[in-house]
Design a protein around this ligand. Structure first.
Ligand SMILES: Cc1ncc(COP(=O)(O)O)c(C=O)c1O
Length: 400
């Protein structure tokens, strides 16, 4: 029997192979192009890198339009504005996501209404969402959390039935597909992040994607003019922020888009392999893939941990032991979002208890989340599986 690393033994994994962000001559050339051109803002010149990046991104996602902005959070806020959110509108959002999903709703003047997750997918429960609709609800925000697509059939059906708009939070799901269509092309508007850790990155940045011209956000971006009913041009007709992406960010993004297909394929193939290997070990499993998911992008790889199959060793103790073996892991975004101080006293909650037992259970006892970077290389999967097997073979030595 091997000695577990938490007891001073040699860790099963000395170092996982990771390289993120992948970068090279292309990024260098594009950034230098911008530097030398002197056109550092996307406005007022031909050959904008931001425009080229959005054309490439739009084409990859499969929408008619993609508009760049400064972050995933601003993309969500702009998407909500594009959909016509009004002050006090209730927007349904899953309890388990990154805090920005709910924060953007508040920034756009709405009220986040938190609903439970489906324990089989960790995504928004369509039944819980349906039960949360009131006459103040105007929209729903499925989050393709970790890259696993939410059930867009059920969400779209609910939205159609109740006349709701759908803002897809795709910040973690670049390249994920539902029935052969990419997330970000399935709802009214998709919102993406290009922050450093995301599956497609430019360091920071964001974009919204949409088909219907009505969702254009040009009034929140540029030019800040409109043609009035009498045909005259009006300037600055709407008070708004400035969410424009810099040309330097556009240069990086354009370069990274040329890498994203290959990276998505590698993570997808290795993720499927990892799921097969996990199936062979008692007490851990991958999320079952809904057959309507035709590709999974990844931000997190979620492992379901079943303490009852590990002599009652708690999920947290298991994670400590796994980390000691050299595998970095955590619970993704920590507590369900409604626990954060920013949302505790939201008007919708006054007198209404938020009730999300699955979100609580999954986050406190079940989920083990690994960041996406290890998924790029098959050898990492074998190494992580080896570490879990070592724990399994020495389960009696893991402190309960
Ligand atoms: C689900 C989700 N939504 C929104 C965001 C916000 O993106 P950003 O950090 O680019 O503002 C993130 C990422 O941080 C996220 O994970």
């Amino acid at each position: 029997m091997a000695t577990l690393a938490i007891h001073g033994g040699t860790p099963a994994v000395s170092k996982l192979r990771t390289e993120w962000p992948v970068r090279g001559d292309l990024e260098r050339e594009n950034v230098l192009d911008v530097l030398d051109s002197g056109s550092w803002c996307s406005l007022g010149h031909d050959g904008s890198k931001v425009t080229a990046a959005m054309e490439a991104f739009r084409e990859w996602i499969g929408t008619k339009h993609a508009t760049a902005c400064t972050s995933g959070t601003s993309a969500l806020e702009l998407a909500l504005r594009a959909c016509g959110i009004q002050h006090g509108d209730e927007i349904i959002v899953p309890a388990v996501t990154f805090y920005a999903s709910a924060s953007a709703i508040v920034m756009a003047g709405g009220v986040p209404v938190f609903v439970d997750i489906d324990p089989n997918t960790y995504q928004i429960s369509a039944e819980a969402a349906a039960a949360a609709v009131t006459d103040r609800t105007t929209g729903i925000m499925p989050v393709h959390y970790g890259g696993y697509p939410a059930d867009m059939d059920a969400i779209s059906a609910l939205a159609d039935k109740r006349g709701l708009f759908v803002v897809e939070d795709c910040a973690e799901a670049h390249g994920s597909e539902w029935r052969g269509r990419k997330v970000g092309s399935l709802g009214s508007v998709g919102a993406f992040s290009f922050q450093m850790g995301k599956p497609l990155t430019a360091g920071e940045g964001g974009a919204i994607t949409f088909d219907d011209d009505a969702y254009s956000i040009s009034q929140y971006q540029y030019p800040r003019t409109r043609t009035a009913a009498d045909g005259t041009e009006e300037s600055y007709h709407v008070a708004c922020g400035n969410f424009r992406m810099s040309e330097f960010v556009g240069a990086i993004l354009l370069s990274q888009i040329s890498r994203v297909r290959e990276q998505t394929e590698a993570r997808w193939a290795n993720g499927e392999y990892f799921a097969e290997e996990l199936e062979k070990i008692d007490g851990v499993s991958a999320l079952k893939r809904d057959p309507r998911i035709t590709k999974r992008g990844y931000y997190f790889y979620f492992i379901r941990y079943d303490a009852s199959a590990w002599n009652g060793v708690s999920r947290d103790r298991f994670m400590e032991a796994l980390r000691a073996e050299g595998v970095s892991c955590g619970t993704a975004h920590n507590d369900p979002v409604y626990e954060y101080a920013a949302f505790k006293d939201m008007p919708a909650r006054q007198g209404v208890e938020v009730d999300c037992p699955e979100a609580e259970r999954v986050y406190h006892t079940e989920v083990v989340a690994l960041g996406k970077d290890f998924l790029m290389y098959r050898e990492n999967i074998d190494a992580v599986v080896g570490a879990i097997r070592k724990l399994r073979e020495n389960v009696g030595d893991i402190p309960g």
